[in-house]
Design a binder for this molecule. Structure first.
Ligand code: GLU
Length: 421
């Protein structure tokens, strides 16, 4: 057992990409560590009158290319390492997409399902009170992540406006439409991944209708299921944090989403959908051409990667495949479309939201979709071309693509030649 952290493991991808480029050591030195991570405790009043304290963080990993950008996660297992790693990934994600942002991330260690709605509101507002000087439309712009949503972003935006005595919708994205949210933000992560797969379908050997297995049935998983289903694909297996179901001739996605929205677990719906309950761990091994991890980090590891039958893995989650698993998959000829590209649709539409907030002029859904599609296809194509030209994995290509942009920006700020001269 090694004692390396999630961030150490994530940095392997940076070093790998750097080995393909003529990168100044200054660049690597800057990108190896988060710029700042603030840790605090949020003390809130519970409904029964007692007080409870929750650990919370906000990391601004790197702001060379612009204000830091990234979601806030509410999860009982959140740690500082996880927050910093997710912020590192955001730095590269924004660079892959050429968004004028650096990377950030935040979290509260809490299981939000154990809170009432009023407790959740007090916790969300307390987070914004604690980080009111960290965030800002030109400094650090949060958004939703695992177990946070538009309602929570709305509370946070309102809290920020009360603190600053202004109305600054651009401080946070993923807001309700009524408070300056963008059309098309809710399904943007899934939609971006969907556009990417469709655009590269031929190269990936995925032409025609395909079978899909989805691990994790939250925001990204549900919307991806819906988009893929409407496009004529078969969703043959899905899982949530409590179990998995399998139906080789395709699940009724509409009923599945209705059930989930009503608070039910996927495994409890198996009988009525004519599906079989399978162990959660077996989901990744079902017969499907496309496997979509849409849950948490490090779900596909050296222990289970060999069981994957899919031809393509689309990482809608952040960091679901470890670097050991990457090697096993590459040997098997499985193509992994990496998180920093595959799930970048979310932050891309967050960028559109920020732009609309700043200009005070709002776009229709058609325009959002057209712009998202164009950007996913443009950067997806560029990454694909790098992977072909250099005979590297799509992940390495995405890191090379992003690192090139980050290096140019870091060097443009730098004074290295002066000292070297
Ligand atoms: N939490 C999402 C991500 O990991 C979205 C971040 C954002 O919209 O800023 O990409």
């Amino acid at each position: 057992m090694t004692d390396d952290t999630l961030l150490d493991r994530a940095l392997i991808r940076l070093e790998e990409a750097a080995s393909h480029l003529q990168i100044d050591q200054d660049v690597i030195e800057k990108l190896k560590y988060p710029r700042e991570t603030t840790k605090t405790r949020l003390l809130i009043r519970m409904d029964d009158g007692s007080r409870k304290s929750f650990l919370a963080w906000r990391c601004r990993y790197d702001d060379t290319r612009g204000p830091t950008k990234g979601g806030i996660r509410f999860h009982p297992d959140s740690t500082i390492e996880e927050v910093e790693t997710l912020a590192f990934w955001m730095t590269f994600k924004c660079a892959v997409m050429n968004l004028p942002y650096g990377g950030g991330k935040g979290a509260v260690r809490v299981d939000p399902h154990t809170l009432s709605k009023t407790e959740l509101e007090r916790l969300s507002r307390a987070y914004m009170q604690a980080f009111a000087t960290t965030v800002g439309p030109d400094r650090d712009i949060p958004a939703p992540d695992v177990y946070t949503n538009a309602m929570i972003m709305g509370w946070m935006a309102d809290e920020y406006n009360q603190i600053t005595g202004s109305v600054s919708p651009a401080v946070i994205t993923g807001k309700p439409i009524a408070l300056g949210g963008s059309l098309g933000r809710t399904d943007a992560t899934a939609r971006g991944g969907f556009y990417l797969v469709r655009h590269l379908a031929q190269e990936l050997g995925l032409s025609g209708s395909r079978t899909v297995a989805i691990q994790g049935f939250g925001n990204a998983g549900q919307y991806f299921a819906q988009l893929a289903d409407e496009d004529g694909n078969k969703i043959v297996a899905v899982s949530d944090s409590t179990g998995a179901i399998h139906k080789p001739d395709g699940l009724d996605v509409k009923r599945l989403i209705e059930g989930k929205t009503a608070g039910r677990r996927v495994a409890d719906m198996a009988a009525e959908l004519g599906a079989t309950v399978i162990p959660s761990d077996d989901l990744i091994a079902v017969d499907a051409e496309l496997l979509v991890p849409a849950a948490l980090e490090e779900m596909i590891t050296a222990d289970n990667a060999a069981s994957i039958k899919a031809r393509v893995v689309l990482e809608l989650a952040n960091g679901p495949v470890t670097s050991e698993a990457d090697k096993i998959l590459a040997d098997k000829g499985v193509v992994v479309l990496p998180d920093i590209l595959a799930n970048a649709g979310g932050v891309t539409v967050s960028y559109f939201e920020w732009v609309q907030n700043r200009q005070g002029f709002y776009w229709d859904l058609e325009e959002i979709h057209a712009r998202l599609k164009k950007m996913m296809e443009r950067e997806g194509r560029a990454v694909w071309a790098i992977s072909q030209d250099r005979s590297v994995s799509v992940r390495s290509a995405a890191y090379i693509h992003a690192l090139g942009r980050l290096a140019t920006a870091i060097e443009a700020h730098g004074t290295q030649p002066f000292f070297a001269g």
